[in-house]
Design a protein around this ligand. Structure first.
Ligand code: ADP
Ligand code: MG
Length: 291
């Protein structure tokens, strides 16, 4: 309640009632202070209108982002600003910041992060997902194991088509941790059905600690792996990280020599792009953007 009591002009009361009707809680909250600042000459009338509207908009925006991040299953702890590019010199900062402009999402491309454990693949995938949510795109984050588990359950329950359709809805689907766990039998086939359904219709970010040449082993089926890569490397951007683990950065001295050198040297090998149907790409595969 304002201390000015009955001195509040009826117009302000009407504005308040209107703000209630319009469901503008933040503007309602600051209307008294704004009017006081206006009366003291600290704000012009236009500045007062601007203050009310922009405060309300930023409240709505932060609520929208918060809800969308929960829906997307993304954490805001992993952001581009919290990523230390100096620690990972094999990564081109400018290139990652260009990816944050989200052109790849609009072009329905597939972005691959490849590299050994702890090199920031999941961090960057989440951070780009957060950027996409802020920019108003729908995003969903999952691991390959969870995704395959969900699809397998849907198949058992006879709802696979619906489930695949629901995974096609987000503009950006992030599938983390390809290669850490062996895919359950039939899982590669289910993942292929989803990838095929999203092909050229929605963007994806995939992270893997295994090179494409090893995907036959990861999916337990070289035929499925080839068909997957056929879709996943057409319109693709590949970011290869060749550094050491950020998780182990304080313990390098304690690490056994073979792990230390492995982390630094054994980035997953890149397979040559598989043959794909139709015309060969005009720019001879430069679209793959292999770093
Ligand atoms: P990966 O998915 O490649 O195994 P993560 O992205 O999970 O690795 O990174 C492991 C941990 O280290 C996470 O907590 C992540 O936030 C952090 N991390 C990795 N690289 C960096 C970096 N360059 N700057 C800041 N934090 C990093
Ligand atoms: Mg990871």
């Amino acid at each position: 309640m304002s201390g000015t009591g009955e001195m509040i002009p009826p117009l302000v009361e009407r504005i308040k009632a209107t703000l209630v009707g319009l469901k503008m809680p933040r503007a309602l909250e600051i209307v008294d202070t704004t009017v006081r600042r206006l009366e003291r000459g600290e704000l012009s009338a236009l500045e007062a209108v601007d203050a009310l509207l922009s405060e309300e908009l930023s409240l709505r925006e932060s609520r929208r982002v918060k809800t969308a991040l929960v829906m997307a299953r993304l954490s805001t702890i992993k952001t581009l600003s919290s990523f230390d590019f100096a620690f990972q010199p094999s990564l081109d900062r400018t290139r990652i910041l260009a990816l944050a402009e989200l052109g790849f999402v609009d072009r329905c491309e597939v972005l691959h992060f490849l590299g050994p454990p702890g090199t920031g693949k999941s961090h960057l995938a989440v951070a780009l997902g957060v950027e996409a949510v802020k920019a108003g795109r729908s995003v969903y984050f999952t691991t390959l194991a969870d995704l395959v588990g969900t699809l397998a359950r849907a198949e058992r329950e006879g709802t696979l088509r619906e489930k695949i359709r629901s995974f096609c809805r987000p503009a950006l689907l992030i599938v983390d941790e390809i290669g850490y766990l062996p895919v359950v039998p039939g899982g590669g086939n289910l993942f292929f059905q989803l990838v095929n359904a999203r092909y050229e219709r929605g963007a994806m970010i995939l992270t893997s600690n295994r090179g494409f040449a090893e995907w036959g082993e990861v999916f337990g089926d070289p035929v499925v792996a080839t068909a997957l890569l056929d879709r996943l490397l057409h319109h693709a951007v590949v970011v290869q990280i060749e550094g050491s683990s950020y998780r182990l950065r304080q313990h390098t001295a304690l690490m056994p020599e073979h792990i230390r050198s492995k982390a630094a040297l054994q980035a997953p090998p890149l397979a040559p792009p598989p043959r794909r149907r139709g015309r060969p790409p005009k720019n001879g595969g430069a679209h793959l953007g292999i770093a």
